[in-house]
Design a protein around this ligand. Structure first.
Ligand SMILES: Nc1ncnc2c1ncn2[C@@H]1O[C@H](COP(=O)(O)OP(=O)(O)OP(=O)(O)O)[C@@H](O)[C@H]1O
Length: 557
């Protein structure tokens, strides 16, 4: 889907708000033009009446119309600001929610590949950039067309047709100039957005790695990078502002020329007695009033590049126009598949890794049996985590077959796969929420008692009670308010509670002392008796000898 169609569908979700804002903007402009034109007409007509050159001037209707136009302009402007901003904030809020949902749906491997600075940039600045679309691009364009159509209709009614033609032609010329400016600034606009992201990534790297940069005397190099990025961005902004300034001046000149042309025509028609003097003034001032409308167009259009680039970056997150429809709906607990026997996980001649030419491991075949946890071990860096990620469906195998309950794992709908395969990754990730919330992830129906049983199983309940921590204890970002071993056990307890038919554990006891590890293992061993489990470990000797072993080694040759 093109960036434009994506933006159109994003705005469509809030079309009542944006449409009202556009109409109010058109009304503001039309009232402003009307005020200027009508005042000119009235002053001229009054002057002529005073000099005795105009008879029977009715004062009340025009003066009431002038007051009405002034009042309408103020009210419409106020309404346009309130409703316009409400519309934009709603569009941006929709986009943020949908972007979070899209990121959450990305496979873990892709999520990890996204730099946090870049992700922040997409979720904040890129989405904010899109406020220009309704406020500065589509809004002014729609309102300009409406206001110019109204002015042209009035001109056609009061004066010979060339007056309306002149207005339309002038507006078309301004639009063409603005479009040319938009084209000239589009590449710069796109680059501005990309550079902003590079700057944020570099800045976060700088602050995140400050201690290391200082310790390894690399701080000057990182500062030089930040300076270079800043200077490049400043130069780009300067070039963009130059395009905007030149176009702005060109449009001012065009409007001045248009006003002069209208004045010339009006005087000519007045000399021919085809229009009277107040109408001649009205036409001229109305054309001058179009300045407010036309002068917004260049500014509107040079934002096009930035907006398209920001939209493209959101699309790269997998954000589609019909995001709402594809968001996984929470399913009732009763729809959950039973733990066994449909969890058969079967690997046949599997090759895994990142480069098809150089697989990390090849020729792997096994069937995962319930009650017989498969212990995977091997030297560091051989590909154990990569194998678990592949078994979890987060990576495609390079070659070979991987089937879950008889169906190719890659063909499983994502939500169903998450319900069938539980995965404890090597690095513990907990939500910045309470212990209870972390345990209830995906199982809202669990009573407190079950949560405490799980905490007992992972040997955490006693420690928590001793500290006076309840289920409402907030664990902090990434579980920072727990020790590494406690966080690991909490994540393990949450996984056990999900009760998935297949459970994949990447070094579940890595940060535990041998005594605690042995107690946890003893407590959860009965749970393993009926489930299909894979455990990656560096200490296979600590696990029961009856569990089958699979030593991972790089392929020969
Ligand atoms: N995203 C990636 N892109 C390319 N190569 C990667 C990627 N992630 C890991 N690797 C490489 O793949 C190899 C296997 O990594 P993996 O994490 O699977 O090893 P491991 O056996 O789990 O190691 P450890 O026991 O140290 O955790 C390593 O050489 C690593 O450098």
């Amino acid at each position: 889907m093109s960036e434009w169609s994506f933006l159109r569908t994003v705005l469509r979700g809030r079309r009542a708000w944006t449409g009202t804002a556009y109409l109010l903007l058109a009304l503001t402009w039309a009232a402003g033009i009307g005020l200027l034109a009508l005042s000119g007409w009235f002053i001229t007509a009054s002057a002529l009446a005073g000099a005795g050159l105009l008879l029977g001037l009715e004062l009340f209707t025009p003066s009431a119309a002038i007051r009405a136009a002034a009042l309408l302009r103020t009210l419409a402007r106020y309404g346009e600001r309130v409703i316009g901003h409400e519309a934009v904030l709603r569009v941006l809020a929709d986009l943020r929610i949908r972007s979070f949902a899209a990121i959450a749906r990305l496979p873990a491997a892709r999520q990890r590949a996204l730099r946090s600075g870049d992700l922040q940039q997409r979720l904040t600045a890129d989405i904010d950039t899109l406020d220009a679309v309704p406020l500065r691009i589509t809004g002014p364009l729609v309102a300009a067309v409406l206001a110019i159509a109204a002015a042209a209709a009035l001109a056609a009614w009061l004066a010979p047709w060339p007056a309306a033609l002149l207005l339309v032609a002038g507006a078309a010329l301004t639009l063409a100039t603005s479009l040319a400016a938009a084209r000239a600034g589009q590449a710069q606009g796109r680059e501005l957005i990309e550079q902003r992201s590079r700057q944020r990534v570099a800045l976060l790297d700088y602050f995140g790695g400050l201690a290391e940069l200082l310790a390894y005397r690399r701080i000057d190099r990182q500062r030089a990078l930040l300076d270079r990025l800043e200077n490049e961005q400043a130069a780009r902004l300067w070039r963009q502002e130059r395009v905007a300034f030149v176009t702005d001046q060109a449009v001012q000149l065009l409007v001045a020329a248009l006003t002069l042309a209208m004045l010339g025509l009006a005087l000519h028609w007045h000399a021919q007695d085809r229009i009277d003097a107040p109408v001649a003034v009205l036409l001229t001032l109305m054309t001058l009033g179009l300045n407010e409308v036309l002068s917004t167009l260049p500014g509107a259009l040079w934002r096009v590049g930035e907006s398209l680039q920001a939209a493209g970056r959101l699309q790269q997150l997998g954000l589609t126009a019909d995001e709402k429809d594809s968001a996984p709906a929470p399913e009732p607990a009763s729809d959950r598949p039973a733990p066994a026997p449909d969890g058969t996980l079967e690997a046949q001649d599997l090759a895994i890794g990142f480069d098809p030419g150089r697989p990390l491991v090849a020729g792997l075949s096994f069937v995962l049996q319930p009650g017989c946890p498969l212990v995977i071990h091997g030297r560091s860096g051989v590909g154990k985590t990569t194998l678990l990620e592949t078994l979890a469906g987060e990576r495609e195998p390079l070659t070979g077959e991987l089937r879950l309950a008889g169906q190719r794992l890659g063909d499983w709908p994502e939500a169903a796969r998450y319900r069938a395969v539980g995965y404890l990754p090597q690095h513990t990730s907990l939500l910045d929420a309470s212990i209870g919330d972390n345990l209830r992830l995906g199982r809202q129906d669990l009573p407190d008692q079950t949560l405490w049983q799980a905490l007992e199983a992972v040997d955490l309940a006693t420690a928590l009670r001793r500290e006076g921590f309840g289920l409402d204890y907030a664990v902090g970002e990434g579980g920072r308010r727990l020790s590494g071993g406690q966080a690991r056990r909490l994540a393990l307890a949450a996984l056990l509670l999900r009760d998935t038919p297949v459970t994949l554990l990447d070094e579940p006891f890595a940060s535990l002392d041998p005594g605690t590890a042995a107690r946890v293992l003893k407590n959860i061993a009965p749970w393993f008796a009926t489930r299909r489990v894979v455990i990656v470990t560096h200490a296979p000797e600590t696990l029961p000898g009856s569990w089958p072993r699979l030593q991972i080694a790089p392929p020969r040759g």
